[in-house]
Design a protein around this ligand. Structure first.
Ligand code: ATP
Ligand code: MG
Length: 426
């Protein structure tokens, strides 16, 4: 396509040979979350820009440089394609007063948009499964969310993920820590990159999340938040750890985990793989007790996480857990105008019997139609001509096994196929 229109860089088409894996994954997601009593919520893809600025934080990579923001020229509103789902979920929960009827276990799936440099595992339109537990204060729900993830990796057949957990304490903890950090980084000002210099006084915790390898040594030696941790947060963190240990979940404590969004407090966690290079985090989340009030709701605690679908699917393909759509069971070959009406009826009848049926369209000789039947991968051809029409029969021809074809009544086709397949499997 020399001058043709192409998809936007970093935004991918998901073609039929890949999309079955997506469908398979989405079905697993529904089953998995239903098993834990989480319910689906769907919010618009576009929101007021202010929602994300207020929740994610003004001095974050996402808000500073990754958002797709535009003006709605009809009313001059500033709108943004959602870069993540928690803010929208919280907005909807407040707007519809969902917490009135008690705590909520919710999840959403869908595309998110961030203007990042596209590379493997990092796209401008990518997909997340987000899980949010709103109105729960205790560490039991933090543990539930983490334990759920562990089960999901099992369901997907993914192994080798590492769990890192950390704590950010309460607002006071972070204020104390912030001033210690500023002091430390000021002493090493010359070693700070441009982004970090800018953030030194606006959002110094962000410096810890820097992806710049030249900053890693400096960050490694920075003071640790744990020294300023408040007693309640410390207890919360201890209880979380003991529940995880009790359930046999391995974890590493990472006291440098700050996450890329400002709304977190207390628990933060990430599931990481070594198999995807720099894009190793497949799932990340934590507690955000202040966010609901910050977005304008009645204060309520909450905790959640989001996983990157593309990264998880890449791991499934890596582990050979990829799946493809099965070929149809039956391909119907037919010829003659009167026969065609009968063939359409046969097709619907066999679908009612539970088979996946492709009805040949486009005419052609029996021979060319049989070639199509074979190429479709179907297990059987059902052949219908004038003779079959007269007697309400069909010719059933196994395409993958050395079994002779046979003229049979349409009504017993299902029975024959099921019998042959049970013979084959026993
Ligand atoms: P990263 O450090 O990889 O940029 P993040 O901290 O920005 O991730 P979150 O905002 O916590 O990520 O999003 C949760 C998950 O969504 C990530 O762990 C990752 O799996 C996935 N994700 C985030 N950004 C992208 C992207 N641009 N393309 C594909 N997946 C992404
Ligand atoms: Mg990011």
């Amino acid at each position: 396509m020399a001058n043709g229109i192409k998809a936007i860089r970093g935004m991918n088409d998901i073609l039929p040979h890949e999309s079955y894996l997506w469908l398979h994954f989405e079905l697993k997601v529904q089953q998995w979350l239903a098993a834990y009593g989480y319910r689906n919520i769907r919010t618009p893809i576009v929101e007021q820009t202010d929602l994300f600025v207020r929740s994610i934080g003004e001095v974050t990579d996402i808000v500073e440089k990754e958002m797709y923001t535009f003006v709605d020229h009809l009313n001059n509103d500033s709108l943004t394609l959602r870069p993540e789902g928690t803010a929208s979920c919280v907005r909807a929960v407040i707007e519809h007063n969902l917490l009135y009827s008690g705590p909520q276990r919710l999840y959403y799936t869908g595309p998110m948009f961030r203007h990042e440099r596209p590379q493997k595992g990092r796209y401008r339109q990518f997909h997340q499964v987000g899980v949010e537990a709103l109105g729960f204060a205790g560490p039991d729900i933090d543990a539930e969310l983490i334990i759920m993830c562990a089960r999901f990796w099992q369901l997907l057949g993914i192994s080798g993920l590492r769990l890192e957990i950390g704590t950010l304490g309460n607002a006071e903890t972070r204020a104390l820590y912030r001033s210690r950090l500023v002091k430390y980084f000021e002493q090493h000002r010359e070693a700070l990159d441009e982004d970090s210099q800018r953030r030194l006084h606006t959002n110094p915790l962000r410096i810890l999340d820097s992806k710049n390898p030249l900053m890693h040594k400096l960050i490694e030696n920075a003071p640790k938040l744990i020294d300023d941790l408040d007693v309640e947060s410390c207890e919360h963190f201890e209880t979380l750890q003991s529940i995880l240990r009790g359930q046999g979940i391995n974890f590493e404590i990472n006291l440098r985990l700050v996450r890329g969004l400002d709304y977190y407090n207390r628990t933060v966690f990430e599931w990481v793989t070594d198999k995807l290079g720099a894009q190793g985090t497949v799932c990340a989340g934590g507690r955000y007790d202040g966010l609901i009030a910050q977005v304008g709701g009645k204060p309520a605690p909450a905790c959640g996480f989001a996983m990157g679908v593309e990264r998880l699917l890449a791991l499934m393909q890596d582990a050979d857990n990829s799946v493809d759509q099965p070929a149809p069971d039956i391909y119907i070959v037919h010829q003659g105008e009167q026969v065609t009406y009968y063939a359409w009826k046969c097709a619907e009848f066999l679908r009612d019997e539970g088979f996946n049926v492709v009805l040949h369209c486009g005419g052609g000789s029996f021979k060319t139609q049989m070639k199509k039947a074979d190429a479709s991968g179907a297990s059987y051809a059902v052949i219908i001509g004038d003779e079959e029409l007269k007697t309400e029969e069909v010719t059933l021809k196994p395409l993958r096994e050395a079994i002779a074809q046979a003229r049979v009544k349409l009504v017993i086709v299902g029975e024959i196929i099921r019998k042959e397949h049970s013979n084959l499997t026993t």
